[in-house]
Design a protein around this ligand. Structure first.
Ligand code: FAM
Length: 406
């Protein structure tokens, strides 16, 4: 079938049974131990969340429903021959666990287009906001302003059976994801382009329409948006809120390098610059990761994109130079667990190349993409009846008393 909801509905009972069986057979088994460091360190390394849509492998990076990014670039339908994957394809995969064919992706694209219009009252809400309101705050406010349209809120009010929760959550998920490009583009045009809005193009897919409504018609920019929106969708469960700032920090760092050393610095000059950053007690932005231990595949695929579309862009050449220089320096410090670059050491330069220069907006683009991952899991959370996460907390006194032996 090309109807995502019916494909999903067929899978839900099997997965509910699977979870029941897991609980029955392994419910009392241990999954790991918790140290005081983990309690103090933001629960890092504690396995404590069930998350079906993606899994982060320390060496390979992210896998979406078992597929790596290079595999998905090969297997997911694209808008143009040999082009980047369509995020709709990834959304289908995250929701169903199965790779979609071209017809299924086209049907999902069409479904999203039919739900894409932003209600007038949301436009009015955005217009009423103070012009200095950060784009991400506007984005969050825009999502909240859509509440009156919520199917789940209406069904819950009526008193829906718990087993049916996933259905209105699915409808809300589709409606929200469909509207996010218009919401993001409206904020972009209001904040940076004098409020002149651009209508959606009924012939474009979801991500290309986002680029189009922001005002970017270049095919390269639309391809970048498809890739960007695909690779940022999910990074397993339990991410913190501080994402994307490193994209900005990395860019500012790069701009500083250009200012001080010009477009063609030597390797030694870059090395000195990196050491100076470290010696001043700052981290090298875009490098390192809490879980990953190799080059982030989201960095790698953006590098391949850059080599194909913008090999001579001076900022990309600088990014490449850093890639040659930084890892060995971080290794030399002897303490950095992962000296390799993460996604944030690349995304900003690609956006800059296509003219999306407003760095305060990058976090919104990230939010649009991440909504696909988070909401796909939200549908499954309701389908599986998962409870609210409620980790136990302790005070410093509890730790001291437990281990001081007094
Ligand atoms: N530059 C300099 N020092 C670094 C470093 C870097 N890029 N990455 C780690 N270290 C240091 C770290 O500060 C710590 O030093 P202290 O013992 O003196 O506190 C030591 O190396 C061990 O840290 P770690 O175990 O290797 O990393 P953590 O798990 O503590 O932290 C990051 C992970 C991402 C916060 C850290 O690598 C970092 O600050 N990187 C730069 C900022 C960045 O790129 N963030 C990206 C966020 C990422 F999650 C993403 O995917 N977007």
């Amino acid at each position: 079938s090309t109807d995502l909801k019916s494909v999903l509905a067929e899978k839900i009972p099997q997965q509910q049974e699977r979870l029941k069986a897991i609980k029955k057979a392994y419910g009392s088994k241990q999954m790991g131990q918790v140290s005081v460091d983990m309690v103090i360190g933001g629960m890092r390394g504690i396995t404590g969340v069930l998350w079906e849509t993606s899994l982060l492998d320390p060496d390979e990076g992210i896998r979406f429903r078992g597929y790596s990014i290079p595999e998905l670039q090969e297997k997911l339908p694209s808008a143009i021959p040999d082009g980047e994957p369509l995020p709709e394809g990834l959304m289908w995969l995250l929701l169903t666990g199965e790779l979609p064919n071209k017809e299924q992706v086209a049907a999902l694209s069409a479904d999203l287009r039919s739900r894409a219009k932003l209600p007038d009252h949301v436009n009015a809400t955005l217009k009423a906001m103070h012009p200095d309101t950060h784009p991400m705050t506007q984005f969050s406010a825009g999502v909240l302003a859509l509440q009156p349209e919520s199917n789940f809120a209406a069904a819950y009010e009526k008193g829906i059976n718990k087993m049916q929760y996933w259905d209105p959550v699915y409808e809300d998920t589709m409606n929200l994801i469909a509207k996010l490009p218009a919401l993001a583009a409206t904020i972009y045009r209001n904040v940076y382009k004098g409020g002149e809005l651009i209508e959606a193009d009924p012939n474009l897919d979801w991500a290309a329409n986002l680029a189009h409504m922001m005002g970017f018609e270049d095919q390269g920019a639309q391809e970048l948006m498809r890739l960007y929106q695909t690779i940022h969708t999910d990074h397993e469960g339990g991410n913190g809120p501080c994402m994307v700032w490193p994209t900005r920090r990395f860019l500012s760092w790069l701009f500083r390098v250009r200012e001080e050393l010009g477009d063609n610095p030597s390797k030694d000059q870059v090395k000195d610059f990196v050491w100076a950053t470290l010696k001043s007690g700052r981290v090298v932005p875009g490098y390192g990761h809490a879980v990953l231990r190799k080059t982030d595949p989201r960095y790698a695929c953006q590098r391949v994109f850059a080599m194909k579309h913008l090999p001579d862009y001076p900022m990309f050449r600088l990014v490449s130079l850093f890639y040659e220089v930084v890892p060995s320096i971080l290794q030399e410090t002897g303490k950095v667990k992962n000296p390799w670059p993460n996604v944030d050491a690349h995304s900003g330069v690609l956006l800059q190349y296509y003219g999306i220069k407003e760095q305060n907006f990058y976090t919104v683009l990230f939010g649009v993409s991440r909504a696909i991952g988070v909401l796909s899991q939200a549908v499954w959370s309701r389908a599986l009846g998962l409870p609210i996460e409620r980790p136990k907390s302790v005070t410093m006194e509890v730790i001291e008393k437990k281990f001081s032996g007094t």
